[in-house]
Structures are given as C-alpha cells and as structure tokens.
Design a protein. Structure first.
Length: 162
C-alpha cells in the first residue's frame, strides 16, 4: 500500500517570454510501511480502511532547478475493497539542499492481502521551502510491488515561482 495549465491573457504573445514548465522523470522506492494500521470498515467482510507512513529513497532522483531529491516520506490513507485499493496522501520530499516540497497525491490500483500490488495516480506540487517556495506543477506515477514496499516511476512538470 504505497504509495499547467497556462492561461495567458493580453494582446499578442506577451506570455512568450515567461518560463516554460520544466519536465522530469524519476524513480522512487518506498519501504515497508511503519506505522501501518488497517481496520475493518464494518460494512462488508472485504472492506478495510487504513493509514500508513513509509520512507522512500530515489534511485533516479527528481531534479528541480539543479537540486535533487535526497529522500521522502509518504503519509497515506487507504480504502481497500476486495482486491481494489483507492488512496490519497502526501509525499514530503527533502532535497539535497535541505529544501522541502509537499506533493499531495491520489490513486488507485490492485491489492493483495491488504497491500498494494500495483497502482497509478496523479500528484501536484504544494507548499515548498527555500527556492521551492511557490512551486507549481503536476505529474503522474505508476507503482508495483517491490519486496515489502513499492517501486514507482514518476513523471511530470513544474514551474518555479518568479
């Protein structure tokens, strides 16, 4: 269980001089959830609700303006029905510089024994510190089981505040 629209107004092409969104790809691995709490929802035998946190490393770091992800922590809420899982949470990234940025996310996928086996979802950039303050962006992720955790391919785009 783990895991820009530009609106230009004006005459002519006044927005052409503005910075374009930077694209990225990355890969992260999140370990076993700790803590992890899963409880029966009470309405059906195969319906469970859970909350979890996990630490993540980045085998292919997300790079933002020359700064790379050092590690991250996810905090997630899960809704598990049979072999289907829906989830949402926040991935807090710590960059090598010490700056941080939060990525709220949501997704769905398949579960086995109340653990995510594969999933897909979307995220946005929110609250950043240092040079990441005011960052905007979005992206997608695709995850699969990897040992007691998951491995996720991530792609998206961002734009730093001006």
């Amino acid at each position: 269980m783990r895991y820009f629209l530009f609106v230009a107004a004006g005459v002519g092409c006044l927005w052409c001089a503005s910075a374009a969104a930077e694209k990225f790809t990355a890969k992260t691995e999140c370990g076993k959830s700790d803590p992890e709490h899963v409880l029966p929802a009470g309405d059906r035998p195969d319906h469970n609700l859970g909350v979890e946190a996990a630490k993540c490393s980045w085998s292919r770091p997300l790079e933002i303006a020359g700064d790379k992800t050092k590690d991250s922590v996810i905090t997630q809420v899960d809704d598990i029905s049979g072999n289907k899982i829906h989830f949402h949470g926040v991935n807090e990234l710590t960059m090598q510089s010490g700056d941080k940025v939060a990525l709220p996310y949501q997704g769905s996928g398949a579960s086995k024994d109340n653990h995510e086996s594969h999933s897909k979802g979307t995220f946005t950039f929110a609250d950043g510190t240092g040079k990441l303050k005011g960052i905007k962006g979005q992206g997608t992720f695709s995850c699969k089981s990897a040992g007691e955790g998951v491995s996720c391919d991530v792609e998206g785009e961002y734009e730093l505040a001006k």
